[in-house]
Write a protein that binds this ligand. Structure first.
Ligand SMILES: [Zn+2]
Length: 330
């Protein structure tokens, strides 16, 4: 993920704060334990001085490590017993880490830890609209009441209500199996049938389970690529390297077909879809276009990638935004 220097500094400041908080917690535990059992403080001091003695002796060639090792093991064993006697686990006084992989440094050697990526996304999206939107658009607020229970959809034999129940259940399976099973969704249907709402529901579930989710309208997606390809400055709130578009856990492309299409956007769309299939990274696309319109608008190779790697879900219903405005229900 390509962050600006100031974004990188901001993430590192988050780690500083985490380490300070954890150090504070460790100090509190020490005070708590030594108040309940002062002997532990003596033992801790003895362990520290023995360790230092051992280091000096071994460096000076005065002693082998084995005799000190046995002594230190014995001291540690006594400490663990004392901790157990006051009902504390044996690692209670050990350093506290929120991430045991990188010890809250953000890096494992030269490599960024996965927790760094998560923090970077939180940062990039902190002020963007997705987090605000999913506070109101999520599965807790999702309602089937907007979908007609009586009139079957011609050619499908299902009512919009039953159709939506099937689709929501497919979305839940997508979320539940997200880490185990690679999958992509294409939600299509008329304006106002709930496509964006549903993608927001999925985004929230995956963000809540620490997955990296990038939400872009098709227009924004192509702008990101243009900024990268033509070195244009990125002034949007969600400023990140377009490589990240290829690599985040879930990419949501909303409103495909609203962009001003040309050979550049078509080649970028193919590149993005194809690259994410190769990397086995999931995508959700929503569009007002019908399947035949998708086929006519984009190239055959895009259409064939979509039909082979995506679950095509057709949402059917009346315009929910309109119903909410007029107070009408199906
Ligand atoms: Zn980490």
């Amino acid at each position: 993920m390509g962050l600006t220097n100031s974004q990188h500094d901001a993430v590192m400041r988050i780690y500083d704060a985490i380490r300070t908080k954890n150090q504070h917690l460790q100090n509190e535990r020490y005070s708590e334990v030594t108040a309940a059992c002062p002997e532990i403080a003596d033992l801790e001091n003895e362990i520290i001085s023995s360790s230092m003695e051992a280091a000096t002796a071994i460096i000076g060639g005065l002693s082998s490590s084995t005799e000190y090792k046995a002594h230190l093991q014995e001291l540690n064993r006594r400490k663990e017993n004392l901790l157990a006697s006051i009902g504390k686990p044996k690692d209670y006084l050990e350093p506290v880490y929120s991430c045991t992989e990188c010890h809250d440094t953000g890096y494992i050697g030269q490599q960024k830890c996965s927790c760094f990526t998560k923090k970077a996304i939180d940062l990039v999206y902190r002020d963007s609209n997705l987090k605000n939107i999913i506070a109101s658009e999520n599965f807790d607020t999702f309602s089937f009441e907007w979908y007609d229970k009586k009139t079957p959809i011609p050619g499908l034999g299902l009512t919009p209500y039953n159709n939506m129940q099937n689709i929501v259940s497919i979305c839940h399976t997508f979320i539940d199996n997200f880490d185990a099973q690679y999958d992509n969704l294409l939600l299509f249907g008329d304006t106002g049938v709930g496509k964006t709402f549903l993608t927001n529901c999925i985004a929230k579930e995956l963000l809540d389970t620490s997955h990296s989710v990038i939400y872009l309208t098709a227009i924004e997606l192509f702008q990101k690529f243009e900024q990268q390809d033509f070195n244009k400055p990125d002034t949007s709130a969600a400023s990140f390297d377009s490589n990240y578009i290829l690599d985040c856990d879930l990419l949501i492309i909303d409103d495909l077909g609203t962009e001003f299409g040309n050979s550049y956007t078509h080649s970028k769309l193919f590149y993005c879809i194809n690259e994410r299939i190769l990397r086995r990274r999931s995508v959700i696309i929503s569009t007002n276009l019908s399947l035949s319109e998708i086929r006519n608008t984009y190239s055959e190779r895009i259409f064939s990638r979509l039909t082979s790697a995506y679950k095509m879900l057709k949402l059917v219903g009346a315009d929910i935004r309109l119903m909410k405005k007029t107070g009408q229900k199906p």
